[in-house]
Design a protein around this ligand. Sequence first.
Ligand code: HEC
Ligand code: HEC
Ligand code: HEC
Ligand code: HEC
Ligand code: HEC
Ligand code: HEC
Ligand code: HEC
Ligand code: HEC
Length: 328
Amino acid sequence: MKRLYSVGLTALFAILLCSNVYALQLLYPLDGTYVTKSNYLIVKGGTDPLLTGVSIEINGVNSDVIDISSEAYRAAFGDMFIVKPLFDPGKNQIIVEGFVGKERMARVTATVYYQDRFDQAPPAGLSREVFHYPGREEACVGCHNMTPTTAELSNPDPRKNPCASCHMRMLNLPHVHGPAGVYECTYCHAVDSSPSKYMPRLEGAALCLECHEDKMEEFRKSNFVHGPVDAGLCLACHDPHASSERGQLTMPAYELCASCHAQVVKVPHVARGSGGKPHPLKGVVNPAGTGEDLSCASCHEPHSGVTSAMLRWGAQSRMTLCAKCHSK
Ligand code: HEC
Ligand code: HEC
Ligand code: HEC
Ligand code: HEC
Ligand code: HEC
Ligand code: HEC
Ligand code: HEC
Ligand code: HEC
């Protein structure tokens, strides 16, 4: 007990003594904001003298002290320290500590909310964290191109495209959306939006339908359009950059549908088989598909349909639908 106490005091003393010298700064995300993706955590260490290690604690889970003292690291990153954190959904208590050798020299804390659900309102009083304000970008000038020309922006080569130097990692997934894959970032993100740069050029479905005009035609011809599609919420189901699922879905189809239609999966759906077993909705191969698993989307169109149940193959009745997979 006594030992712990004195260690604590030494550390506290060190912080008080050195807080001016070791200006540890959390550049992103800022305290009291919320983020919608767990993308980056960016720390600046200060240079006089340099910290040799950094540790990060998120909701009580502490990393080891990460060594940032090597010549190679210094040459490439200077006093910048960038990691991809694993935020917990909801509130995240972040503690970053800077070390010289084994001695803890500096500490910053922040509370950041990770809003991972699309269909929930962000917590009251918190503002959305936005990075691309001119003032904040200053810390990156010198190593990254923060004022790219139109010609540079249209370079599809990730080794040369100015957005790729920081955002390349977001495309490291099996299914990359057409325009993102060729770094047409500024087709969708306005270069001249203000006060912050790179806001989407258009809201909601309008942006998507510029290129996916055939979808608009399809919705217009349908008797029934699915709630979120009608509301223009393409992003409720699709990721505009990259995804581990086919069709750029944000989650596997079954989980995606079930996330809004929780009641459907609680009771037997479609029919009961022998012995009263409910009809499978996942976990078996879709006999009418091309090898993918059965899911809600095997029987329902995701966007629109001839009836409100939006059955596949334009089926107007259950019977027509059943026959597509059950021959007898
Ligand atoms: C001292 C130079 C330096 C400074 C200053 C700097 N960076 Fe970097 N950063 C680098 C280098 C070098 C890389 C690796 C680039 C590569 O692999 O092509 C990098 C990569 C990155 C990455 C990608 C990391 C990954 O692997 O996913 C991000 C994000 C990033 N920097 C953000 C920033 C931000 C934001 C700033 C300003 C607040 C900044 N950097 C300032 C040198 C720097
Ligand atoms: C110096 C690194 C760096 C460069 C270069 C960079 N970004 Fe970012 N950008 C970030 C960081 C860090 C964030 C905040 C974390 C995140 O969302 O990934 C961010 C966030 C964003 C966001 C979300 C809104 C916001 O401001 O937080 C958009 C959109 C974006 N960047 C687009 C672009 C585009 C388009 C380019 C190329 C013209 C670009 N970025 C170049 C580092 C960079
Ligand atoms: C098809 C249009 C489109 C393209 C192409 C596109 N984006 Fe986006 N991006 C969006 C939309 C829409 C959002 C969501 C904005 C929001 O949530 O308010 C977004 C959000 C972001 C964010 C915020 C974090 C996130 O993942 O939601 C970043 C960072 C980003 N884009 C970077 C890029 C970069 C870098 C490229 C080029 C490789 C790119 N985008 C290409 C439409 C696009
Ligand atoms: C600049 C033009 C452009 C914009 C804007 C655009 N897309 Fe795309 N989209 C494409 C291209 C090109 C493909 C690849 C087409 C292909 O491979 O058949 C694609 C593919 C897709 C796919 C996958 C199709 C498949 O068969 O797997 C989906 C889903 C999609 N886009 C949704 C969206 C959404 C949602 C938006 C709005 C956030 C959007 N797109 C905005 C050009 C665009
Ligand atoms: C409720 C979820 C949901 C919403 C909202 C949604 N989609 Fe989809 N979308 C899907 C699913 C599921 C697929 C099928 C993916 C697969 O299995 O290949 C799909 C497929 C697509 C495809 C490729 C196949 C096709 O049908 O042409 C495009 C393009 C597309 N969506 C565009 C859009 C656009 C544009 C919007 C907004 C107007 C939108 N989606 C809204 C769930 C959705
Ligand atoms: C973002 C939330 C959301 C997601 C994700 C979603 N839905 Fe929906 N769905 C709705 C809303 C809202 C309605 C309209 C409810 C109403 O009008 O009563 C609806 C209506 C429906 C209906 C018509 C219900 C009726 O009363 O006739 C069907 C069928 C349906 N969804 C199937 C799906 C399928 C299949 C998926 C996955 C591809 C899916 N939904 C994903 C929100 C969602
Ligand atoms: C094997 C085919 C099949 C699968 C798989 C399937 N459905 Fe259905 N679904 C139907 C049929 C058939 C109806 C009834 C249509 C009617 O009577 O007009 C229906 C009706 C619905 C309705 C409207 C009525 C109601 O029960 O609320 C919703 C919403 C719905 N399904 C959502 C889903 C979701 C979400 C999933 C995945 C968890 C799913 N369905 C999986 C065939 C299927
Ligand atoms: C998209 C394909 C598909 C559609 C459409 C479909 N089913 Fe099925 N159904 C399946 C699959 C896959 C199984 C599981 C078969 C297995 O386990 O071998 C199944 C199983 C069943 C079973 C259980 C059989 C048993 O022996 O336990 C019944 C009953 C059933 N379906 C009835 C229906 C009815 C009624 C409809 C129309 C309302 C329908 N199905 C529509 C794919 C489908």
